[in-house]
Design a protein around this ligand. Structure first.
Ligand code: ADP
Length: 478
């Protein structure tokens, strides 16, 4: 059995802000199902974490080395929740706050989390074969394992995998803090330095034994100056150690046949429940219950990455088609304002929920919508297009990153494809795909064909988990 410790700053159902949360909540379970991996997850205990998920207080006094005086943290264990042991580090000083991210000391918070995670693994007594860190918050752990291999017998054989879920978030901070974190000199110190700042992401990219990212296409895109965020040179340099593994979907959580959040269940053989879900969705958003009128929906963080500039530009044209438009999102004020004004302008056509809604509403939108819009500027993997497919909701996406890998453009003549895809990042190109989708929607048989193509696609975690096992085995030989 391979012993793998996955470190993540978020994981469903304990805490989530986006796709990383879904992935970190599903991967350990999928790894265990392969029968080859003894996987565990380590994450911070946040204010928002439901305390009922914690099974036992494992340590009430774990010592963590820290500049200015060692700290003591509590560690909780949750075992049943995701079918893998989850260790939650309780450091209220850093994590008992209303939000997951967004504080000026985020780098200190995650440097501490990583230090505590490695102290915990050591206290548990069995060295992991692989420490698998995710995104910049875990770059500190990658750096520390690298440093420890030289002087700490416990971590001598441990290898590291660093996964990039979004290269744009780099965890930059003042390099003077490096000394405070114990990375004050040498190779490990230098690995953090990036254009005058310190970057936890760069340290992870530089010091991990292997790198992965969440789709094949994104693994190539990040090696280009356009999408490399200043680190493409490093990714090109390390490309032989970089692999793309497309995320899966947790079908225990995202399955219209069993979903407890939605108004009616349905499946590929009987889609009648989807109509009920649609009426329920329209009611929830205070829209007229016109079941024939198409619903175009979007759920995303409100950031430029998700293509909101295109949506803003195209909104009048979308409304002119007569479709309903439903948006769920939290983020930049300018996009929240735009959504509000759109809603005010066409209250009988537009439904808006501003803020982070949690799981139920996201599921209800996936189930009730007809089309799901993802015009992303870039998209490492994207999960909602795959959730959409499972729920018979047709994705309309820009051909970038994981969206390009997972969505196949519908071909009317051959009856193949599971969505609509455009290439150019422009409102015009996006509208072209929306019109095409609306045209297909008007023909019930054609629409059913596309729905079934998507509902039958297998985007489960099993294939991805097998790939990760291969990567872990390869990294252990390094
Ligand atoms: P990213 O990780 O870039 O945010 P993904 O498509 O990979 O994008 O994953 C986004 C996840 O977060 C999905 O599960 C989506 O349903 C969820 N999500 C995003 N915004 C919200 C919101 N405002 N309320 C509820 N869920 C949200």
């Amino acid at each position: 059995m391979l012993r793998v410790a996955i470190l993540s700053s978020e994981a469903v159902p304990f805490a989530k802000t986006g796709g990383l949360g879904d992935v970190a909540g599903a991967l350990p379970k999928a790894l265990i199902r392969t029968g080859e991996v003894d996987a565990s997850l380590v994450m911070p205990l946040y204010q928002q974490t439901d305390r009922r998920l914690l099974r036992e207080l494992l340590f009430d006094n774990l010592e963590v080395e820290w500049t200015g005086g060692n700290r003591h943290v509590r560690v909780f264990l949750s075992e049943e929740t995701i079918s893998a042991p989850v260790f939650l580090i309780d450091a209220p000083e850093y994590f008992a706050r209303p939000n997951v991210y967004g504080y000026s000391d985020d780098h200190t918070r995650y440097a501490f989390f990583c230090r505590a995670a490695l102290a915990l693994l050591k206290r548990l007594g069995r060295a992991p074969d692989v420490v698998h860190g995710n995104d910049w918050p875990c770059g500190f752990a990658i750096a520390e394992v690298r440093a420890r291999r030289a002087y700490d017998d416990f971590y001598r054989q441990t290898r590291t995998l660093f996964s990039i879920h979004n290269l744009a978030y780099q965890g930059a901070f003042d390099p003077r803090d490096l000394g405070y974190f114990g990375f004050g000199w040498g190779e490990v110190h230098d690995a953090f330095l990036s254009e005058g700042a310190a970057s936890a992401l760069k340290a992870g990219l530089m010091l991990a034994d292997a790198l992965s990212t969440v789709s094949r296409r994104y693994s190539f895109e990040i090696q280009t100056p356009e999408q490399g965020y200043g680190l493409d040179w490093l990714l090109r340099q390390r490309r032989e150690r970089l692999i793309g593994v497309t995320n899966g979907v947790d079908y225990d959580a995202w399955n219209p046949a069993t979903d407890s959040h939605v108004a009616a269940n349905f499946n590929a053989y009987d889609l009648s429940g989807k109509r009920e879900c649609k009426l329920d969705l329209l009611r929830r958003f205070g829209l007229p219950e016109e079941a024939e009128r198409p619903v175009v929906a979007i759920i995303s963080r409100l950031v430029a990455q998700k293509g909101y500039d295109l949506i803003r530009e195209a909104a009048p044209a979308i409304l002119e088609t007569g479709a309903f438009f439903i948006a769920l999102g939290a983020g930049a004020q300018e996009y929240e304002d735009f959504l509000q004004s759109l809603r005010d302008h066409a209250p009988h056509r537009v439904g808006v929920f501003k803020g982070y809604a949690g799981e139920p509403l996201a599921h209800q939108i996936e189930a009730g919508a007809d089309m799901f819009l993802m015009p992303s500027l870039y998209e490492p993997c994207g999960l909602n297009q795959m959730y959409s497919m499972r729920y018979g909701t047709i994705p309309i996406v820009r051909a970038t990153g994981g969206l390009d890998d997972t969505v196949e453009n519908f071909d009317r003549a051959r009856g193949t494809g599971n969505g609509f895809k455009f290439g150019e990042y422009s409102a015009r190109a996006m509208l072209g795909s929306i019109y095409e989708a609306l045209f297909a929607y008007a023909d019930k048989d054609v629409w059913r064909r596309i729905q079934l193509n998507g509902m039958r696609a297998d985007n489960s975690w099993d294939a991805a988990a097998r790939k990760y096992v291969e990567v872990y085995r390869a990294v252990m030989r390094m």
